[in-house]
Design a protein around this ligand. Structure first.
Ligand code: ZN
Length: 312
């Protein structure tokens, strides 16, 4: 059984009906999980609130205070990232989901977890919100795995269509974290293509690229680096906005590409990380393709458990 981590507070953060990063995203995912009859195969958990101490492993203390104690009810922190009165509660649940997932996986209660939470996190810098993101959820989880469980090698794999600049900034000097990423370039936020680092593996993809180019990038760049790194735990920044149906980008991934990458990640996880994978939602704004892609992704995570139980 895989862990499914969610909280109704994640619906409270609402940047307006015309904003693509809306509560309906995680509702559509949950409805599709039910329609696919997967909920019985998932152990559902409510996300706790992340603590300030947990956030402070990756964010500046002053920045955390600024988000949590904001007095104005509506404030744009950048051109598309609106802080409302309910945002801190949702953002603390989203980050808390990664803490809980890490605890569940590293105490051997589950092998895999999916966090259906928002706001997303991978653009959030150590001291600044941007790109719909407030706290860097996946970074909070990875830092927790290192600080609370003493892991030495943790991988974060990011196939969102946008470069995870926040995650890169937070871990750019920390070789205990390997960050592998594919993203459309040139594109928002503009970073990533020129990064030179042994533990940050960035592969920019040109507008128009599809599953073939994505698979080639992963096979040529991600997989050799991951085999060398031998991660003890794998996080996935699972954005589905590179899907062909998602008009926010010009990449053309399909559900079958998300199935493929999840299978490839499972192979690495089974070889080095005792099968341990924590996946968390990042982008994905066309609701039907988002929901279908997440279900396809979760089915692969669940399949491994069935296969694994045959051999146990
Ligand atoms: Zn994105």
């Amino acid at each position: 059984m895989s862990a499914y981590i969610h909280h109704s507070d994640c619906l409270l953060h609402d940047m307006g009906a015309s904003h693509p990063e809306k509560p309906a995203r995680i509702v559509a995912i949950e409805e599709q999980i039910r329609a696919a009859k997967l909920m019985d195969l998932l152990h559902r958990y409510d996300a706790p609130l992340a603590t300030k101490e947990q956030l402070a492993r990756v964010h500046d203390s002053e920045y955390i205070d600024k988000i949590l104690n904001f007095q104005d009810s509506y404030t744009y922190l950048d051109s598309d990232t609106l802080l409302t009165a309910q945002t801190p509660q949702a953002a603390l649940r989203a980050a808390g989901a990664l803490i809980h997932a890490t605890d569940l996986i590293l105490t051997n209660q589950h092998k895999t977890a999916f966090c259906n939470v928002r706001p997303p996190g991978h653009h959030a810098l150590s001291d600044r919100a941007m790109g719909f993101c407030f706290f860097n959820n996946v970074a909070v989880g990875a830092a927790h795995a290192i600080a609370a469980y003493g892991l030495k090698r943790v991988a974060i794999l990011d196939f969102d269509v946008h470069h995870g600049n926040g995650t890169e900034e937070i871990f750019q000097s920390d070789s205990r974290i390997m960050l592998c990423s594919t993203f459309q370039h040139p594109f928002y936020p503009g970073s990533g293509a020129n990064t030179v680092s042994e533990h940050i593996i960035n592969v920019p993809l040109a507008a128009g690229a599809g599953g073939a180019e994505f698979r080639e990038a992963v096979i040529e760049h991600w997989l050799p680096a991951l085999h060398e790194f031998e991660p003890q735990l794998i996080f996935i920044s699972a954005g589905f906005d590179a899907h062909q149906a998602d008009n926010i980008s010009q990449l053309n991934f399909l559900e079958k590409d998300y199935v493929w990458i999840t299978e490839e990640i499972l192979v690495i996880a089974n070889k080095y990380a005792e099968g341990r994978i924590i996946s968390t939602l990042e982008g994905g704004y066309e609701l039907q393709s988002l929901a279908n892609s997440v279900v396809a992704h979760i089915k692969v995570l669940l399949n491994d458990l069935v296969i694994g139980s045959v051999f146990c």
